[in-house]
Design a protein around this ligand. Sequence first.
Ligand SMILES: Cc1ncc(COP(=O)(O)O)c(C=O)c1O
Length: 374
Amino acid sequence: MKLFDVYPLFDVTPVQAKDVFIFDEQGVQYLDLYGGHAVISIGHAHPKYVEGITQQLNKLGFYSNAVKNPLQNELAKQLATDSGCHNYALFLCSSGAEANENALKLASFHTNKASVIAFQNSFHGRTSAAVASTDNAKIISPLNAQQKVDFHPLGDLEAVEKTLQKGETCAIIIECIQGVGGLDQSTTEFYKGLEELCKQYGSLLIADEVQSGFGRSGDFFAFQKHGITPHIISMAKGMGNGFPVGGILIHSDIKASYGLLGTTFGGNHLACAASLSVLEVLKNQDLMQNAQQMELYFRQLAEDIPQILQFKGRGLMLGLEFEFPVSKLRKTLLFKHKIFTGSSKNPNLIRILPPLTIQKEHIDAFFSALKQEL
Ligand SMILES: Cc1ncc(COP(=O)(O)O)c(C=O)c1O
């Protein structure tokens, strides 16, 4: 049987990884500035993470959500402490799209409305309502297109209010730092404006922190820089450092009832063990502070490169925008200099999403390679 051919693949086969490095079949070392798409938060094969998952696997890997799982409660408690989001409840699932799907469904249940506001260049995943809220017509099938979604330019409060006035919007979903779209952000005034409008018109504000959450922005969640309180916060990627874990934090204004949401795999014992290890390492190694410091170092070195037109993003969710398409440059960085980087919807932008453990020497190596090729 062949694989269903949906991924254009780089000709690299990683077989091992450690911290910020990946190794292929021949033992060639690659610097990982991509983090497997912002997934690797505490570094590849972190000993605490390996130990946490291994110990749990030897005890109990999985049982269903029909029985008590104290690890879920422990994760909820730790998440509240570490994120500072105290007035929320946790629902666990297994991916970013699933997190957003549940967030949107819950918003619709809660408000009894059926339409969504999303933003241009957004990416929220590939399932039903999540993909319909994603600004990419190519990945929305006719089935998905039945969902009612209004897309507005990032920053345009007037357009948002006009749509809200129709009284049909269950939720506004937003990435406070756009990932796939190309690292655009709006102003605190705009995010606060959305919060206010949601209150005024009885809609819910969903912060999609699937990519930016779990410390990647330098704060636990990217929305926290703007002092807003979303009704629902969706998470995944860095949450499990590669183990498929996702979840939503749900504000206490929204009430649960049996059967409202559900999943077989979400919140299983292994997933909780993975995420608890991630939280422990994030805290013990001060990785959010490292993300802030490494952003400053990235900025400093980028300033010396005239070909970089714009430095975008925050923490270790960064974008370097050039005046030319970067696909050839990214291939050279990968195959000649053995450095993984990311792409985005913007063809001129290199995306930098390394493990949060990255150090100055790794950033030096990247800029030295970049300078040689420009
Ligand atoms: C902001 C954001 N939301 C949702 C998703 C979807 O996550 P997943 O691929 O785990 O379904 C992604 C994936 O890139 C993302 O960047």
